[in-house]
Design a protein around this ligand. Structure first.
Ligand code: J2J
Length: 553
C-alpha cells in the first residue's frame, strides 16, 4: 500500500493512461490472447469438452469462423448478444468468436428464464441471442422466441444445437451455430491488424452483477482490463502453458472465466477441461483422466468434494496431478479450509472476487494460517483498498469496515445505470457492500456484508427481486426475503409472507415463479407465514427482526 502514485485517478482517463504506462493494460484483446497462444502452441490441447478436444490451432480457426460468421450475418462491432450457454464445448468458441468480431457477449445463466432474459436483453439492447437447443430437459428455443417477441431489438437467434424445436420453424433469421461457423469464412478484415476489429479499450464482454436490486445491473469489462485480470490471475495461481485448468463451476461465472479461469488458461496456453457437472464423481474422474492441475470451487461445492474423499461413495480416483484448488464466491470457513491439503493433496488458494473487478488471492507460498483464515490480497499494488466506517472515514487495520475499491480491473459505473446509482463514490471507488478487516500484511478477511443479498452456494440472489415476484401473487400482501445460514449452501432464502387464507406454500410459489418465467433457483427455500412484518420506526421492513424471527428455521 502507498507504493504507487494514484493522484488524479478520480479521472478514469488518468487512471487508464497510468495502467497502460505501467504495463498492466497491454493493448491485447481477448482475440489476441487466443491468437498468441495458438501461434506459440498450435498443437497443444486448448479445450476438452463433452468427449471432444480441440488444439489451439483448431480453436483459433473455429473462433475465426464464428467471428466472420457473426459479421457476415450483420452483427456489428459494439452490438450486444445475449449468450446463454451451459458448460460444454460451445461456450469458449462463442465467447472468443464474438469478442474477436468486436461483438459484445452478455453472459446470462442457463437457469435464466423469460423474465431474466427479457430484462437483460432489453437493458443491453441486444441484437441477438445464442442459446442451446435442449439443455437439462429444458427447450431454450421457445424461450428464445418469447424473448425475441418481448424485445424488438433482437434480430436473430443462434442455436447451439438444431433448429427443429416444437415452436421453431427456422424463420426470423434464426440459424445454428454450425451455420454460423460454415457460413463465415475466416476473414482477415475481422481480425487483421488495423482492421475494424475491437480496440483494446472497447467492451469485451458484459457480466451480470450479483445485484441487490430488482433489475439486473450490467458490468461492461474492456479487453484491456479483462486481459490484465486473466494474465495477472494466472500468475497468482501458478497457471502456465504446462497446466490443465478444470472448469468445474458454471462457465459463465466471472470466477470460472477470469480468476484465472478459462480466459486466463487461454492467455497462457494451458489446457481447459470443461466439466459438464461439478459433482465429485465427474470432477475427480476428469482430474484423473486429464491430469488436471488447477480447479476452482465455491465453499459448498468444495465441501462435497472433501466429503467424497473422507467417505468415498464411488471409485477412489488418483488426484495426484492436482496442485491448486481455488475457493471463493462465498466465505470459506477455517475448518473446511484446513482440510483441503490433506484430502485433495493440493494447495488451497482463497479467492475473493467480484464481477465488478477486484480479485484478491492468497499467495501459494503464504503461511498456512493466512491461507486458511484470510481471503487474500488484491492482485496488484494498483488495486486501491479503502476500509471505512458508516460515515465513510477510514478505519485502522484490523477493524471491520466497508470495503471500497478502485483499480485496473474495476469498473467505474454500471452500463446504462440510472442516474444517481450509489454504487460508486465520487472519486470512482466501487462500494462492494462487503465488510472486511484488513490485516497489516494487506490480507483481507471478509467478515460480513452490508448489501442486501442472499449468497446461496456462491449464487447471488436479490431479496428485493424475489420479493417483487412474491408480491405479484394475489394471495400475498407483504413479503420479506432474508438470507438464513445453511450448513450446505452457506445461506438459504427464507420468505416471510403476509396474506389471508390464500398465502401460497413453497410448491405453489415454485409453479407461480415458473409461470412468470423466473429462474428456479430464486424460489425461496422455505416459506413462513406471519400476521404482519416487523417494521422500523420509519416504516421500512425491519430485516434484522425478520431474521431474528426465522433465522433458525
Ligand atoms: C466471501 N465472500 C465472497 C469470498 C466473493 C472470483 C471469485 C468470486 C467471484 C464472485 C468472482 C468471496 N469470501 N472468498 O467474480 O472473479 C462475495 C462478495 C462479493 C460477491 C461477488 C471472481 N468471494 N464473495 O463471487 O460477482 O460478497 O463474484 O462482493 O458473483 O461475492 O459476487 P460475484
Amino acid at each position: 500500500p502507498g507504493t504507487v502514485d494514484v493522484s488524479g485517478f478520480e479521472d478514469p482517463r488518468v487512471a487508464a493512461a497510468t495502467y497502460r504506462a505501467a504495463g498492466l493494460w497491454t493493448g491485447r484483446t481477448l482475440g489476441n490472447l487466443l491468437r498468441d497462444s495458438a501461434s506459440q502452441h498450435p498443437n497443444r490441447t486448448a479445450v476438452v469438452a463433452g468427449g471432444r478436444r480441440w488444439t489451439y490451432a483448431e480453436l483459433d480457426r473455429r473462433v475465426d469462423a464464428i467471428a466472420a460468421g457473426t459479421r457476415s450475418r450483420g452483427l456489428d462491432r459494439g452490438e450486444r448478444v445475449v449468450v446463454q450457454l451451459p458448460s460444454g464445448g460451445e461456450f469458449l468458441p462463442v465467447l472468443f468468436g464474438l469478442a474477436r468480431a468486436g461483438v459484445v457477449p452478455v453472459l446470462a445463466l442457463p437457469a435464466h428464464r423469460r423474465t431474466e432474459l427479457t430484462a437483460v436483453a432489453r437493458a443491453a439492447q441486444a441484437v441477438a441471442l445464442v442459446v442451446p437447443g435442449v439443455h437439462a430437459r429444458f427447450d431454450h428455443r421457445p424461450l428464445a422466441r418469447a424473448v425475441q417477441q418481448d424485445v424488438p431489438s433482437v434480430r436473430t437467434v443462434v442455436v447451439a444445437g438444431d433448429l427443429a424445436g416444437p415452436e421453431d420453424d427456422g424463420r426470423d433469421g434464426w440459424c445454428t451455430l454450425s451455420d454460423l461457423e460454415i457460413g463465415g469464412r475466416p476473414a482477415a478484415h475481422v481480425t487483421g491488424p488495423g482492421g475494424p476489429g475491437p480496440e483494446p479499450s472497447d467492451t469485451a464482454l458484459v457480466l451480470l452483477s450479483g445485484g441487490t436490486t430488482g433489475t439486473p445491473k450490467l458490468i461492461a469489462r474492456t479487453h484491456d482490463d479483462y486481459a490484465w485480470n486473466a494474465v495477472a490471475s494466472a500468475d497468482a495461481a501458478g497457471l502456465d502453458a504446462t497446466s490443465t485448468y478444470l472448469a468445474a463451476l458454471p462457465v459463465a461465472h466471472n470466477f470460472t472465466l477470469v480468476s484465472p479461469g478459462t480466459v486466463g488458461a487461454v492467455a497462457v496456453g494451458a489446457t481447459v477441461v470443461v466439466a459438464p457437472s461439478p459433482d465429485p464423481a465427474t470432477v475427480f474422474g476428469l482430474v484423473a483422466r486429464h491430469g488436471v492441475t488447477h480447479t476452482a470451487a465455491v465453499p459448498s461445492l468444495l465441501a462435497t468434494w472433501l466429503d467424497e474423499r473422507l467417505a468415498p461413495t464411488g471409485p477412489v480416483e488418483d488426484l495426484s496431478s492436482l496442485r491448486v484448488v481455488q475457493v471463493g464466491g462465498a466465505r470459506l470457513d477455517d475448518t473446511t479450509a484446513a482440510g483441503v491439503q490433506g484430502l485433495l493433496g493440493a494447495r488451497l488458494q482463497q479467492v475473493f472476487g467480484m464481477a465488478e473487478g477486484l480479485n484478491c488471492y492468497t499467495a501459494l507460498d503464504d503461511p498456512d494460517d493466512l491461507v486458511t483464515t484470510t481471503q487474500g490480497r488484491p492482485l496488484s499494488e494498483w488495486d486501491e483498498i479503502r476500509v471505512v466506517d458508516d460515515a465513510g472515514h477510514g478505519v485502522p487495520d484490523g477493524a471491520p469496515g466497508h470495503l471500497l475499491t478502485r483499480g485496473p480491473a474495476t469498473i467505474r459505473d454500471y452500463l446504462a445505470a440510472p442516474a444517481g446509482t450509489d454504487g460508486f463514490t465520487a472519486d470512482g471507488f466501487y462500494r462492494t457492500g462487503d465488510l472486511v478487516r484488513r490485516l497489516p500484511s494487506g490480507h483481507l478477511v471478509v467478515v460480513g456484508r452490508a448489501k442486501e443479498l442472499v449468497n446461496r452456494s456462491g449464487e447471488k440472489i436479490s431479496p428485493a427481486e424475489v420479493e417483487g415476484h412474491l408480491l405479484a401473487h394475489p394471495g400475498i400482501t407483504a413479503a420479506a426475503v432474508v438470507a438464513v445460514p445453511d450448513p450446505e449452501r452457506g445461506e438459504r432464502t427464507v420468505a416471510v409472507l403476509v396474506g389471508g387464507a390464500g398465502v401460497p406454500d413453497r410448491r405453489t410459489i415454485a409453479v407461480f415463479f415458473a409461470e412468470r418465467g423466473v429462474a428456479a433457483y430464486k424460489v425461496p427455500d422455505a416459506v413462513v407465514r406471519r400476521e404482519r412484518l416487523p417494521l422500523t420506526a420509519i416504516g421500512k421492513i425491519d430485516r434484522a427482526a425478520v431474521l431474528a424471527d426465522v433465522g433458525s428455521g
